[in-house]
Ligand binder design. Structure first.
Ligand code: ARG
Length: 455
């Protein structure tokens, strides 16, 4: 039975009920609705709306309902209630009769759903932070294992300069650390309790909203009732933080898909995260990583959906806002599983060191070193850049690497080049020279890794 039958003479159509009900989505707020209801029972007992005994009885029944659902989760959706709040209230009335009808005194589903959703965001948000930390641990372990494995670094997807695999992994650690920061910021701003805002104007009872907020582990109560029931910034901020993080996951997935390709062959993914082809027996496809890249699209979609739903909504609550949950739940689920999957893919991957090293030797990745060498011999950098460009064209024409040219060949381009040039053209020299904070020299990567480890 709906909670609002009195004013109505006719029944809602079956189509309207199907369209309007949110239980198939918001059943996930069950525990938060129980938690909020218990705190509300205390709040209305404290102002004498119900007695202490009635309060105890209500809370016990709510506790019992929690146990019932844990035992038989399917009873929620099977109830056919309009939404999770209606389900909890009806189930409570079924347990304690008329006393159950008192719980909603001074409360509205508008402040109730806002509270439930914020509680849900806090608990899921903390779980997401743990997952992000686990992914960072997987990257740190990989960075440690492959600290000095050499591979080509790219710009424009052209081999640019050699880097180490450890350096690559630590780049993503920086990104996921910022993602944690963004999520924490969003959760801090969302740490306010809307309960007591009523439908829109504030509850008519002298509830201590500070005590109520504290009982629900919020930092503080919200300060304006209109804002309290109509604010969904926290949903948007979480969607935004997750979209940015999915963008990072997707870039990492794309790097690994490329590194794993037959063309690059810098890494091999483990059998745990790859699948085969139904037709081509030789194939081992990077499906886990492709799905991470693919799911990024649906997370962005949820961000756009909630932004668009909220746009131009008049104050205060509007039913449009019921559309906030499906996208939020989906993006949180998608983000969570992608974080776990990425950690699994990283922990099992093998670096094909010889291949990656050979690739770093090709593509004239030491051209900058030759230019720096000329600079050290007194040539202005711009001129050195030009000379080395000519050397590269010549070497490509001759099908030689730069370091394969003889001193005589070099001297055709710049007379200052002598035998000592070769020591500057090795991969080891290229790496060792990037010995600056944030650089790819092995010493710097070790330093960066140590800084990430707990002291
Ligand atoms: N199911 C609704 C939602 O998710 C709960 C609030 C309903 N409030 C109302 N006044 N109809 O938004």
């Amino acid at each position: 039975m709906a909670l609002w039958g009195g004013r109505f003479q006719g029944e809602p159509s079956a189509l309207f009920k199907l369209f309007n009900d949110s239980l198939p989505v918001d059943y996930r707020l069950f525990e938060q609705d129980i938690q909020g209801s218990m705190a509300w029972a205390d709040a209305i007992a404290s102002v004498g709306i119900i007695s202490r005994d009635e309060c105890a009885e209500l809370k016990q029944a709510l506790q019992q309902l929690l146990a019932d659902v844990q035992h038989q989760p399917e009873i929620i959706v099977a109830s056919g209630a309009e939404d999770i709040h209606s389900f909890v209230e009806s189930a409570l009335i079924a347990k304690v009769g008329d006393l159950g009808k008192k719980l909603h005194t001074g409360r509205s589903r508008n402040d109730q759903v806002a509270t439930d959703l914020k509680l849900w965001c806090q608990s899921e948000g903390s779980a997401l932070i743990v997952r992000l930390q686990q992914l960072i641990q997987a990257l740190l372990a990989l960075a440690e294992r492959e600290l000095d494995a050499v591979m080509p670094g790219y710009t424009h997807l052209q081999r640019a300069q050699p880097v180490t695999f450890g350096h690559w992994a630590l780049a993503y650690v920086e990104m996921f650390e910022r993602d944690i920061g963004r999520l924490q910021d969003a959760l801090t701003r969302a740490n306010t309790c809307p309960l007591g805002a009523g439908a829109l104007a504030g509850t008519a009872y002298q509830i201590d909203r500070h005590a109520l907020a504290a009982a629900l582990n919020f930092d503080s109560p919200t300060l304006n009732s209109l804002d309290s029931v109509s604010d969904r910034d926290h949903v948007i901020e979480i969607a935004s933080a997750s979209s940015i993080s999915m963008m990072h996951l997707s870039r990492m997935a794309e790097d690994l898909i490329f590194f794993n390709s037959g063309e690059a062959n810098f890494i091999s993914l483990s059998d745990q995260v790859t699948s085969g082809s139904s037709l081509m027996p030789q194939k081992k496809n990077p499906d886990a990583l492709e799905l991470i890249r693919g799911k990024t699209g649906r997370v962005y979609g949820s961000l756009m959906a909630i932004l668009t739903t909220m746009k131009a909504l008049p104050l205060a609550y509007n039913k449009d806002m019921q559309e906030d949950k499906e996208g939020l739940f989906d993006l949180v689920d998608s983000w969570a599983i992608c974080l776990d999957m990425a950690a699994l893919a990283l922990s099992g991957l093998k670096v094909n060191r010889d291949n990656a090293y050979k690739a770093a030797q090709q593509g004239y990745a030491n051209a900058t070193e030759l230019a720096d060498y000329l600079v050290a011999k007194g040539m202005p950098f711009r001129e050195a850049h030009h000379v080395v460009g000519e050397v590269v064209v010549y070497a490509i024409g001759n099908n030689q690497a730069i370091e394969e040219l003889s001193v005589e060949q070099f001297q055709g381009f710049a007379s200052v080049i002598s035998q000592d040039v070769y020591q500057h053209l090795t991969i080891e020299a290229c790496l060792a020279k990037r010995d600056v904070l944030g650089g790819t020299a092995i010493k710097q990567v070790q330093f960066a890794l140590a800084a990430k480890r707990p002291k």
